[in-house]
Design a protein around this ligand. Structure first.
Ligand code: ACO
Length: 425
């Protein structure tokens, strides 16, 4: 028998069905609430609101669980590269070898952007933030796909999805080159997804950059660990835009804008800024931790804590190991890394952090890895956007495949001025 929740309002009882997810999560389906009662729910920040039913990613923050399409992140990170996991996220299953070759060939086929796109890059000032350029350029790249103007543009989904996934790294690397006033580098056919990105970032004409395999593996892992994270701010934004039947490129460009913010994708950059500040202040991390613990200071230890993970961030455990290996392999050390180790050690053993369930999150280590690879700080959020693209694409697909889906349109409780009139003389 199906379960119901009963709501009593002004002495009258209303029943609402309980929806159970495949992992036992339960929600009260209140879609009939306003019609039946005249009331709406109010949940600022949506912390208690399920905005959709999705089959892409499962997160259980209390137990530190993250699964893409049912497969634990630990298994995926150990066995597969980012493009294979991207395929899984977008299509629901890991690819067969034939499927993967086709997918990979298409990623290579679409990796060049249209030559005319170079003119668009020229219009930005050199100090433009690469996230602004990326979002504008994703929309611009969509203009070169006439099929996107068709009313049912989604019927060309496969082509659009591979094209977007492939070109996001070309556009990102070009955005970086633009900020340095350097010529854009074309992608190479014989490089894999992540190698190619590093090549386009760091090669110059006549001076080929040979990506270090350890750095390629570490960056590929960063992409993979960020590939989806259910209904976060940027993914919800992509779904919101898609629900109006905007095309994939427009929806993803909106996702980039949402991710850009300091409270979302900007945290890994904040970690490095914090470490630099500690170094500049001549501290080894001890004074900084004392300051964080001071209730009046409002200072936070960046890269610690998570809104959902209250036990541990499973991505942080995976990436920490890779971070240590990479730093050893590339023989990287220096005050920043020493400070990071000190902060980690002190915070993990300090009651302030233990009592509040504050553990290092994925951003604490991903920032350090990117610093070690030589990626500039203003590109950190761009890296996050490249990684998150499969999740955005898969969520976009869920929205447009749902033929009964409605445009997303939350309501509000109006708190403005009551009715008043102009004083017409
Ligand atoms: N440093 C110090 N204290 C902290 C931190 C931190 N990083 N995070 C939370 N706290 C403390 C708060 O001051 C509060 O203490 P109190 O109970 O004495 O008032 C308590 O822990 C609970 O804090 P909330 O803000 O309620 O925790 P919430 O779960 O809402 O915050 C968040 C999560 C925003 C991520 C927070 O931990 C934070 O600001 N962390 C630093 C920024 C960061 O690393 N963000 C990246 C998240 S991962 C990602 O986006 C991929």
């Amino acid at each position: 028998m199906s379960e119901n929740a009963t709501l009593t309002l002004n002495g009258k009882k209303f029943k609402f069905p309980i929806v159970e997810g495949s992992e036992g999560e339960k929600g009260i389906n209140i879609s009939g609430l306003r019609n039946e009662t005249g009331y709406i729910t109010l949940d600022e920040g949506y912390g208690n609101t399920g905005s959709c039913q999705s089959q892409v990613t499962f997160v259980d923050g209390d137990h530190g669980i993250l699964r893409y399409r049912g497969i634990p992140i630990e298994e995926l990170a150990t066995n597969f590269s980012f493009p294979r996991v991207a395929y899984l996220i977008i299509y629901g299953e890991l690819p067969t070898e034939d499927q993967y070759h086709q997918f990979s060939d298409n990623l290579t086929r679409f990796q060049m952007i249209h030559e005319d796109m170079k003119f668009h890059f020229q219009g930005f000032p050199s100090y433009a933030h690469p996230m602004a350029i990326l979002s504008a350029m994703i929309n611009a790249a969509g203009c070169f796909i006439p099929e996107l103007n068709e009313k049912n543009s989604a019927k060309h989904f496969d082509m659009q999805a591979t094209r977007l996934l492939s070109q996001v790294r070309t556009l990102s690397a070009y955005a970086y080159r633009k900020s340095l006033g350097l010529p854009a580098m074309y992608p190479k056919r014989n490089y894999n997804y992540t190698q190619n990105f590093l090549h386009m970032m760091f090669s110059t004409p006549g001076d080929e950059f040979e990506p270090d395999p350890a750095a390629v593996a570490a960056l590929d892992l960063i992409f993979l660990l960020h590939a989806d994270h259910e209904q976060n701010c940027s993914t919800s934004t992509v779904r919101m835009v898609a629900s109006s039947r905007s095309n994939l490129f427009a929806s993803a460009a909106a996702g980039v804008c949402a991710l850009w913010g300091y409270h979302h994708g900007g945290a890994n950059q904040a970690v490095l800024e914090m470490l630099h500040k500690i170094e500049k202040d001549g501290d080894d991390g001890t004074k900084f931790i004392e300051n964080v613990k001071d209730a009046d200071s409002k200072t936070r230890l960046m890269g610690f804590g998570h809104r959902v993970y209250k036990n541990h961030d499973p991505r942080a455990l995976i990436i920490k190991q890779r971070c240590d290996t990479l730093l050893d392999k590339l023989n990287i050390n220096g005050p920043l890394f020493d400070i990071a180790k000190k902060l980690e050690e002190v915070a993990l053993n300090d009651d302030y952090f233990k009592e509040r369930n504050l553990y290092p999150n994925v951003d604490f280590y991903s920032g350090l890895i990117m610093e070690a690879i030589g990626i500039p700080r203003e590109m950190f959020t761009v890296i996050f956007a490249i990684g998150r693209m499969p999740g955005w694409i898969a969520n976009y697909k869920e929205v447009i495949d749902n033929t009964k889906g409605k445009i997303y349109r939350p309501r509000q409780i109006y708190q403005g001025k009551p009715l008043r009139h102009v004083d017409a003389e």
